[in-house]
Design a protein around this ligand. Structure first.
Ligand SMILES: [Mg+2]
Length: 342
């Protein structure tokens, strides 16, 4: 079975079936110096179902070979980190190659629709969040229009609601860990990009820990030169401050209190961010191995070999086929463009 899968030779099978190589990756992250990790990035496709801007709209994910997957469980956290011993290492300018993470983009920069991985639906498509029966749009907090980064999630991570974070004294928010990509490209929902992690913010949302990883698209022209929060401050003055302000106030127009933060709202550096990501990766691993109480989280996947939730390609395909067919979108209310001064 293993060798058959290895012959398929795609990054996501290797990573997901390789006995959950969390600890191997931990070593990689901490001591990646002097090793050359070749980038073998998978390309993912999406398939829209239902009508855009409606309650039934969904974005499902598949591999380039057309196999349906869950973006939550089947896309590897680490982007193409297989060590290729049999390929001669090319000399690079740097002594090491950066460890990159896959990011599933949910909300493009400058947009308002709160699109998110549906953690409680089979195969976890992206859908628009619904509050009080209405599609959810985040307010424009002056001077911002919608989200001020591409916003999304790191796959194969989970902020365990049964675990109290020692940094925040609050439980996890039951979602994959959130990421803000500060790159220049405006992405689209369902796009999978490779990001370089730069730091992290400990947001506390209604008593739950809700980490916000700060990262940059590895294809951004500035990515090579951004290696720390200090670099971000120099290159993009004001963006980190605006980020804290944004997260503090974005729910106020919806009648919610301001969000608060661990560490007094101070961003933590990259090494700390990597440790937090690693811990959420391990909580996810326990989740898909059914070693944690999963509650109503949907863990169906097609590639995590040791997971009792692994299903056949046919079963995965049936999930997508049962969703409504794609159709033309519905109009969006002009209220989405309203300014809020809070
Ligand atoms: Mg979250």
């Amino acid at each position: 079975m293993r060798s058959l899968l290895l012959r398929c030779s795609v990054g996501y099978f290797l990573q997901s079936c390789g006995a959950f190589p969390a600890f191997r990756h931990k070593r990689v992250t901490q001591a990646a110096v002097h090793q050359l990790y070749l980038q073998k990035n998978m390309h993912y496709l999406t398939e829209e179902r239902g009508r855009p801007n409606s309650h039934d709209y969904r974005i499902y994910f598949k591999t380039s070979e057309g196999k349906y997957i869950s973006p939550f469980h089947d896309i590897p956290l680490f982007a193409g980190t297989e060590l290729e011993n049999d390929i001669p290492a090319k000399k690079t300018k740097k002594s090491h190659t950066e460890v990159l993470y896959n990011m599933v983009v949910e909300v493009p920069r400058w947009s308002n629709a709160k699109m998110e991985i549906a953690t409680k639906e089979p195969l976890n498509p992206i859908k628009q969040d619904v509050k009080k029966g209405k599609l959810r749009y985040v307010a424009n907090i002056f001077p911002h229009k919608g989200y001020i980064w591409n916003y999304g999630a790191l796959p194969q991570t989970w902020e365990d609601p049964n675990h109290t974070d020692k940094n925040t004294a609050c439980c996890g928010d039951n979602d994959p860990i959130d990421v803000c990509d500060i790159g220049s490209q405006v992405c689209h929902p369902g796009q999978v990009i490779q990001v370089k992690v730069l730091g992290i913010l400990a947001m506390i949302d209604e008593g739950e820990t809700d980490w916000k990883v700060i990262a940059i698209n590895s294809e951004d022209p500035d990515a090579e030169n951004l290696n720390s929060l200090e670099d971000v401050r120099k290159s993009r003055p004001g963006h980190l401050e605006a980020t804290v302000e944004w997260f503090k106030k974005y729910k106020v127009p919806d009648g919610k209190p301001e969000n608060t933060f661990g560490f007094g709202g101070k961003f933590q550096e990259k090494d700390f961010a990597v440790e937090i990501i690693q811990s959420t990766h391990e909580y996810w691993r326990a989740l898909v191995l059914k070693q944690s109480a999963s509650g109503d989280i949907e863990c169906k996947n097609v590639s995590c070999c040791e997971s009792p939730f692994k299903c056949s390609d046919e079963k995965a395909s049936a999930v997508v086929q049962s969703a409504p067919a794609f159709n033309s979108g519905l109009p969006v209310s002009p209220d989405v463009d309203k300014w809020h001064f809070v």
